[in-house]
Design a protein around this ligand. Sequence first.
Ligand code: FES
Length: 161
Amino acid sequence: MNEKIPDWKSEFPISQADTTDVTRRQFAKFLCLVSGGLATGSAFVAVKSALFSEKKVIGTHRVCSKDELPVGGTRAFVLEGSSTPYILIHLENGEFKAYEQKCTHLSCAVFYKPGTGKIECPCHNGWFDAMTGEVVQGPPPRPLPRLEVQVKGNDIFVTGA
Ligand code: FES
């Protein structure tokens, strides 16, 4: 039987029995291939983030009416022209606060815990102060990015930074 050997196998002719017979040249080839792959992947991610970075949303946007958000309630929203998720919170003291809903640690979604005055990130037990967005506990390195909230009549607006 004359089996055709694939090209890649001729470049890396290592069989189970020969695993201890890898030459320095073969090992160097393998390292170059892996390093090249990692470098290409990193370059792709860097170029993609530079070319398609999130646009900053500027201006004032209506989120909802006050009637739609009871005390202790939250409303998730995105601003027109952006895909960044935000959360609007009606705190127990009557104030409205709006923050980016992505944790500053590894971007998990954060949630307001009613009655505690805190915003929780369930991924690694991170906590933020719902009044200020500052980190209270856990691994998040920075406060949650905040939007300015204005209440005009019965409507709630946020202003993009
Ligand atoms: S992603 Fe939020 S604490 Fe890790």
